[in-house]
Design a protein around this ligand. Structure first.
Ligand code: BTN
Length: 203
């Protein structure tokens, strides 16, 4: 089960980098968590600002032959169910941003390491207690910003682990149904080639 092995740092460059650099010594389903990241990375080579107060987690899934998008669904749906448990109302912005009220509350960075097998590092950044987002301004939010409450990071992490295990052990269809239910793009209009379309589904 994920969470049987948890490696915790107060500060590290990036939990995803740590997992990738030490992959051969780490057991399947190990979790690496850090209080702060000095070189947190987001998708498309963006920096993921990683101040104290939030969750920075990487989950190692070894020898996995499932599609990268399946990992995206599992991680997104786990985050959604976690936030709903805390009475927040998140949506998924395709493919893997988690928003509340049009502001980003969590991001997912999935990286594959290919040797004679395919290993996958699922990196999750969840804004929990941060309330000032200087560089990002109004684009970001956190659980505390939404509810006014301060959260115990250990409890949020253990809830995330529990939910993630449930999602991994259930069939993909049930996760995908949730993914679509909460998809921010479904029902939205997109402009393409001077035409306006409505997105009805993602597959
Ligand atoms: C994104 O939305 O661009 C993805 C952000 C992913 C951030 C997490 S924090 C834990 C893990 N370690 C990293 O360096 N990045 C991911």
């Amino acid at each position: 089960m994920i969470g049987d092995n948890i490696i915790t740092f107060e500060k590290i460059t990036s939990t995803n980098d740590f997992v990738k650099e030490n992959i051969s010594n780490l057991q399947n389903e190990t979790i690496v968590v850090s209080g702060v990241q000095t070189k947190g990375r987001g998708r498309s080579n963006h920096t993921w600002h990683s101040d104290e107060g939030n969750l920075y987690v990487s989950i190692l899934l070894k020898d996995t032959d499932i599609e990268p998008f399946e990992h995206v669904i599992n991680a997104s749906v786990s985050l959604i169910r976690l936030l709903e448990k805390y009475n927040l109302e998140p949506v998924i912005k395709y493919p893997n941003d988690i928003l509340i009220g049009h502001q980003k509350i969590a991001g997912i960075l999935i990286e594959r390491v290919i040797s004679n097998q395919i290993d996958c590092v699922v990196g999750i950044g969840l804004n929990v207690n941060q309330v000032q987002f200087n560089m990002l301004g109004d684009k970001a939010t956190s659980m505390k910003k939404r509810s006014g409450n301060r959260y115990d990071l250990d409890i949020v992490l253990s809830d995330l682990i529990k939910i993630y295990n449930e999602v991994l052990r259930k069939d993909l269809n049930s996760a995908f149904t949730d993914y679509k239910r909460l998809s921010y793009v479904i029902g939205k209009y997109v402009d393409f080639n001077h035409n306006r379309y409505i997105i009805k589904d993602v597959e």
